[in-house]
Design a protein around this ligand. Structure first.
Ligand SMILES: Nc1ncnc2c1ncn2[C@@H]1O[C@H](COP(=O)(O)OP(=O)(O)OP(=O)(O)O)[C@@H](O)[C@H]1O
Ligand SMILES: [Mg+2]
Length: 472
């Protein structure tokens, strides 16, 4: 790891400057501009407009912007511009730019995004992730590559096999930077960073950056520009959020109610455990929903198939652990349900950020059981906002929330009563342009009659059980 004395960031906030109207003035390579046009990307998002000119000029960046606001292109486009300017192939087994991401699916998505931006450009882009053949990946790296997108564990395996060297690496990108700096990845990251020359450009991007990570981030950066489009940790603007108090035993029926109210609209359901995800997916399937699951105990083939069928709109519900919380971009996702609240508070913002991407609308409902009140408080503290209550009753021993009748649904709390409310869920289902590519199979949906007692509440909270249909 390259340790440097912490230095003050140059703070450049979007609000101070006029937004740029197109990509032409940002210093990007002309062939990238052409590809952006072909992809239908005409106007840079704020994080792109603010980051790209600095990165093109070679500055280190700490970029913080809400979920779904185009951070991939914000680091990808200027980095590709600089790499295209080299004009010669990398030497065998070397990597010019290394992008690290926390999950295989996110690494693959970044790979596909960069490959689309760099279509027909003389740039070799590779990806190495766990769950696939080491030999095949080693072969791919033999010729050297311009950009390598990797999960840290697999990259270390390949380094140990001497399939790849980082001695000529000039760019290091940490996507989901706060997670990469956290306990699960920091040891691997330290090992990898030590192998990269100190003279490099480092780009850190995320939607959240807890204070501790922020301090650690500085040791990886050299005289960085800090670009903070919105306060770090703020949820995406267009998500209608709501919290529904319930009990653990009632959550499945409640979820079935919510999903039934939005036929054909894609929903991600987050569950804390792998076993819980499987159990819930099976139950929903039994109740007639079109559902698939993704978590760390599935084989890579199963993970890829689950995501592909969900992306294609062939299944309506994806039940997932936090393996799907960060970075995944499936524009048609209209709803996120936090079946269990996350135990890492920042992950709430990432989980709900799977909807309302690139300016779309989306809804996020969190089910909060009596044992989860402290998780809820931690989430609200991390976001600096209260989540409006849209249904259910708080457990008498569960916490300090007022009873539903007196809740400040959608209203601003009085001064000194805690953080401001997040955007409340609307009475009607949120307008969304989410259209599954293929309409999911609509079978009988919902739990058998009497199996679950749906909680009563305001907003979009289900008010009565779905019409029960026995058998399947
Ligand atoms: N300039 C743009 N105009 C319109 N859409 C864009 C633009 N840039 C990126 N997008 C689209 O926005 C979506 C979100 O982009 P991306 O995945 O990079 O977001 P992100 O900020 O990295 O989100 P997260 O924090 O969840 O990782 C993608 O579908 C992408 O194609
Ligand atoms: Mg991202």
């Amino acid at each position: 790891m390259r340790l440097r004395a912490p230095c003050p960031f140059a703070l450049w906030r979007i609000t101070k400057d006029k937004p740029l109207e197109n990509f032409n003035d940002l210093g990007l390579a002309p062939m990238l501009l052409q590809n952006l046009d072909g992809l239908g990307l005409h106007k840079p998002t704020p994080i792109q407009a603010k980051s790209i000119p600095h990165i093109v000029r070679g500055r280190d960046i700490l970029g913080l912007a809400q979920t779904g606001t185009g951070k991939t292109a914000a680091f990808g486009l200027p980095m590709l511009t600089r790499i295209i300017a080299y004009g010669k192939r990398p030497t065998p087994k070397t990597v010019r730019a290394l992008v690290l991401a926390p999950t295989r699916e996110l690494a693959s998505q970044i790979h596909d995004n960069l490959a689309a931006y760099a279509k027909d450009a003389p740039v070799r882009i590779q990806r190495v992730v766990g769950g696939a053949s080491l030999n095949v990946q080693a072969e791919r790296l033999a010729k050297g590559c311009d950009v390598l997108i990797a999960t840290p564990g697999r990259l270390i395996d390949l380094i140990e096999r001497r399939a790849v060297v980082l001695s000529e690496t000039k760019y290091l990108v940490l996507d989901e930077a706060d997670q990469m700096l956290d306990i699960g990845f920091i040891h691997a990251l330290r090992r990898i960073a030590k192998l990269i020359p100190a003279k490099r450009q480092t780009l850190l991007f995320s939607a959240t950056m807890p204070k501790l990570m922020d301090e650690l981030a500085q040791s990886y950066l050299n005289d960085p520009v800090r670009i903070e489009v919105a306060t770090a940790g703020k949820a995406a603007d267009k998500i209608d959020q709501g919290i529904h108090f319930t009990t653990q035993g009632e959550k499945a029926a409640l979820l079935a109610e919510y999903v039934s109210r939005h036929p054909g609209e894609l929903a991600v359901v987050f569950n804390r455990t792998k076993h819980g995800s499987d159990k819930l997916a099976k139950l929903l399937e039994k109740w007639g929903f079109s559902v698939t699951a993704i978590h760390g105990n599935k084989s890579q083939g199963q993970r890829e198939r689950a995501l592909a069928s969900f992306r294609a709109g062939e299944v309506q519900v994806l039940v997932a652990t936090d393996v799907a919380a960060r970075g995944l971009d499936i524009p048609q996702v209209a709803h996120v349900y936090n079946y269990d609240l996350p135990n890492v508070p920042e992950n709430y913002v990432h989980r709900i950020g799977r909807t309302a991407r690139a300016g779309r609308d989306g809804r996020a409902v969190a089910f909060c059981g009596p044992m989860e009140m402290s998780d809820l408080r931690a989430i609200e503290a991390a976001m600096g906002a209260r989540i409006p209550v849209i249904g259910g009753e708080v457990h008498p021993e569960g916490g300090t929330r007022p009873p539903p009748g007196q809740q400040n649904r959608g209203k601003k709390p009085h001064r000194g009563q805690g953080p401001k409310p997040a955007r409340p869920a609307q009475e009607k289902p949120a307008a969304t342009d989410a259209k599954p590519a293929q309409k999911p199979t609509q079978k009988r949906r919902g739990p058998p009659r009497g199996k679950g007692k749906p909680a009563q509440g305001g907003g979009d909270a289900p008010k009565r059980p779905a019409r029960a249909q026995r058998g399947h």
